[in-house]
Design a protein around this ligand. Structure first.
Ligand SMILES: Cc1cc2nc3c(=O)[nH]c(=O)nc-3n(C[C@H](O)[C@H](O)[C@H](O)COP(=O)(O)OP(=O)(O)OC[C@H]3O[C@@H](n4cnc5c(N)ncnc54)[C@H](O)[C@@H]3O)c2cc1C
Length: 229
């Protein structure tokens, strides 16, 4: 058994190195905050890398009539009114800025001959608003985010499985985990922790529906949700 323990300290610890975790790390690093990112898989292997269809934003490059308000309305309708309206507003209102940020990080979006970002229809859209990079949009997003994180010299710790959030007096002050390759334990102290560990199949996913239909059932283990609980 490997008894080695590494101790790290940072202002902000981001758990998860998919699109959301890397994007959060970039935002912090660009404002001068000390941040490290930890993921249980290699940096280019996250669900984000598998997204093939594209990324939605009411840019209006092809259909100028599109607006973020229409994007929000389409999203709420398609969610059968289950989506949180505030979350939908934040996402749809900020989607164009998100695309511009990805451009700034060097993402190679598909473009029209005159340089406009191409947009196509996708599920439930009133107007063409899906931006894409071939059939590998997610991989290109992940690549662009990783490149920007590396440019900003944010340390990425790969293959570290976080097993526990450190909590005292109801305040999270870090996390504990281990290196899945050699068993080295990691004790990470942080002033703040961002949990960006991705989506989940149900923690008790034993039914045929959840075990047969999940596209990534071996990886989507709800471990982040369990840490939060
Ligand atoms: C096949 C497929 C196709 C998709 N197509 C589209 C599409 O066309 N358009 C679209 O908008 N969306 C699409 N999606 C959804 C989209 O990819 C996800 O919603 C998005 O990428 C989630 O990003 P995330 O950063 O939250 O999670 P993830 O990309 O899943 O990243 C989670 C990160 O957390 C890490 N992690 C988890 N648990 C731990 C732990 N305990 N310790 C340490 N690290 C941990 C993982 O290793 C990973 O780095 C698709 C998803 C899939 C699977």
């Amino acid at each position: 058994m490997n008894n080695t323990e590494r101790r790290l300290a940072t202002a902000v610890l981001v758990i998860g190195t998919g699109g959301s975790g890397l994007r959060a790390a970039i935002e912090l690093a660009e404002t001068g905050v000390d941040v490290i990112a930890v993921g249980k898989r290699p940096r280019l292997d996250a669900h984000t890398s598998l997204a093939a269809g594209g990324i939605n934003a009411a840019l209006g490059t092809i259909d100028p009539a599109d607006t973020w308000q229409q994007h929000a309305a389409d999203t709420i309708t398609e969610s059968y009114f289950l989506a949180n309206p505030y979350t939908v507003e934040v996402v749809t209102r900020g989607a164009e800025e998100g695309i511009r940020d990805l451009e700034r990080y060097g993402m190679a979006f598909a473009r029209e001959t005159d340089g406009r970002i191409s947009q196509r229809f996708f599920g439930a859209h009133t107007w063409r608003r899906t931006a894409l990079a071939g059939d590998y949009t997610g991989l290109e997003i992940q690549r662009a985010l990783v490149a920007r994180v590396e440019q900003l010299r944010v340390p990425i710790f790969e293959g570290i499985y976080i097993t526990r959030l450190l909590v005292r007096d109801n305040a999270v002050f870090g996390a504990y985990g281990f290196d899945v390759a050699d068993g080295t334990r990691y004790l990470i102290h942080a002033d703040a922790v961002i949990l960006a560990a991705g989506g989940a199949r149900p923690a008790d996913a034993t039914t045929a529906a959840t075990t047969r239909t999940s596209t990534r059932r071996s990886r989507s283990t709800s471990s982040g949700h369990r840490r939060a609980a």
